[in-house]
Design a protein around this ligand. Structure first.
Ligand code: GRF
Length: 203
């Protein structure tokens, strides 16, 4: 399954996918890494792994719609079977997302539907939650609102600050993202026509 990975920063989730592939645990072709920022360290990770990289800077476009049209054209050229958003910090237009229904994942550092949006670790701490986590979900028009595919839970521990909690969550992201991509790549997971994820034939 050809996969395109979209990043904006460090690319630790991209690295987890690269490592899973190297370990023979992820039967996909990482066809390209696309970043909206030229300084994303994830581009270095991709280059080291021999993966094609593209930078599509949002600064070069006058509107979100124009950016998304250029991104869609780039992806059409790459023809991925799956688009993986991995630390990609742009909001995609509904028109763009509709073109990848059932073929685009995102990972969000919270137990969705709790804490969509930003600063999820600080919000969990401020709420006094005893647990927190990460969610892999299909991307739909609703920001961080697509149907969850896989979640990981971590305890919130005494003395946690946002950085320590984020690190504990990130560790789990690196475990569940390759797993979710593998499920889709091996046909165990798909989005049915009513928009519900199906795993191993079970809704
Ligand atoms: C992290 O906060 C992660 O929780 C979220 O995006 C951020 C950067 O991830 N998915 P990465 O290291 O660039 O993959």
């Amino acid at each position: 399954l050809p996969v395109a990975v979209l990043i904006s920063g460090g690319g630790s989730n991209l690295q987890a996918l690269i490592d899973a592939r190297q370990a023979g645990e992820l039967p996909v072709e990482l066809r390209a890494v696309i970043s909206n920022r030229a300084d994303a360290y994830g581009l270095t990770r991709a280059a080291r792994a021999g993966i094609a990289t593209r930078v599509l800077s949002h600064k070069a476009f006058g509107s979100r719609a124009e950016y998304d049209r250029a991104l869609a054209a780039l992806l059409d050229e790459l023809a991925p079977g799956l688009v993986v958003l991995a630390g990609f910090m742009r909001i995609l237009t509904p028109k763009f997302v509709a073109g990848f229904r059932g073929r685009m994942f995102n990972i969000h550092p919270s137990l969705l539907p709790k804490y969509p949006g930003l600063h999820t670790h600080r919000r969990a701490l401020e709420a006094g939650d005893s647990e927190h986590g990460a969610t892999v979900h299909f991307v739909t028009e609703e920001l961080d609102g697509g149907p969850p595919v896989l979640q990981a839970r971590v305890p919130v521990l005494p003395g946690d600050d946002a950085e320590r909690l984020a690190a504990r969550v990130l560790e789990q992201e690196h475990r569940i993202y390759p797993l979710a991509v593998r499920w889709l790549a091996t046909g165990r997971l798909w989005l049915d026509e009513t928009g519900r994820p199906v795993l191993d034939g079970r809704p």
